[in-house]
Write a protein that binds this ligand. Structure first.
Ligand SMILES: *Cc1c(COP(=O)(O)O)cnc(C)c1O
Length: 234
């Protein structure tokens, strides 16, 4: 068995185990395989092993992979920072965008979404620990932005996404994730379509499942460590 296959199996087992430990149903937790910097051959192996959702951070790199995999049953998720000159390509290539953090970007994605495709699923990225270096809106900005986005015809708001700071301690990991869950529950009172809370990466997956994540974004634990990125430009 290939490493990626084995890793996928292990990650799925962990999700099932954590779900059980926190009285949740494993079916309520989507595994997003983050394939950034990894070759198409890795995606093919994961696809053959039953993986359907893939996440990418860099538009140009993703475009090549998405075109190479055309015709396959894959949901592509854009999870990287968004520059406004990239919204057209993103709206053409992807099924989901996790990193919407301002109205202008949502409006452009809606305007540019090709008419033959279904509305683009989007999540609002929340800067849950108010880190100056990170993108994302503050918790108290969520409802106002969600309300404006609800008027846009070609995007469909599905929930929230967060990338908390790295904490080694389990309880420290849980604290911002718990605040994300509160914000998500509050948003759900105003947003019928909101069924997705995207949080948890290889290092904090258990804490994220404990705190109610419905989608975990896992790269390293599936595809192995990444080489440092030389070209950050997306
Ligand atoms: C790279 C990345 C991940 C995956 O991180 P791992 O630690 O490799 O699991 C998840 N989410 C985002 C936004 C990322 O950029």
């Amino acid at each position: 068995m290939h490493n990626i296959e084995k890793n996928l199996e292990t990650v799925r087992e962990r999700i099932a185990r954590y779900a059980q430990a926190y009285q949740r149903s494993p079916q309520d937790i989507t595994l997003l395989a983050v394939s950034k910097t990894k070759p198409v051959t890795d995606i093919e192996i994961a696809l053959a092993a039953g993986q359907r959702d893939f996440g990418e951070n860099y538009v140009q790199e993703a475009e090549q992979k998405i075109l190479a995999m055309q015709g396959k049953t894959i949901s592509w998720h854009y999870i990287g920072p968004i520059q406004s000159n990239k919204t057209r390509r993103i709206s053409e290539l992807f099924d989901w965008v996790h990193s919407v953090d301002r109205y202008k970007i949502a409006r452009r994605l809606s305007e540019q979404r090709p008419s033959e495709l279904p509305a683009l699923n989007i999540l609002l990225q929340v800067n849950i620990e108010n880190e100056p270096s990170k993108s994302g809106i503050a918790v108290d900005e969520i409802l106002a932005l969600a309300q404006k986005i609800a008027e846009l015809p070609r995007v469909r708001l599905r929930g929230l996404m967060a990338i908390p700071a790295v904490h080694d301690d389990f309880d420290q990991q849980r604290e911002p994730l718990a605040r994300m869950f509160q914000a998500y529950r509050q948003l759900q009172q105003h947003c019928r379509d909101c069924d997705t809370l995207s949080m948890g990466m290889s290092a904090d997956m258990q804490a994220a499942i404990a705190e109610g994540a419905t989608l975990v974004r896992i790269g390293t634990a599936i595809f192995g460590p990444r080489a440092p990125v030389k070209n950050i430009e997306s």
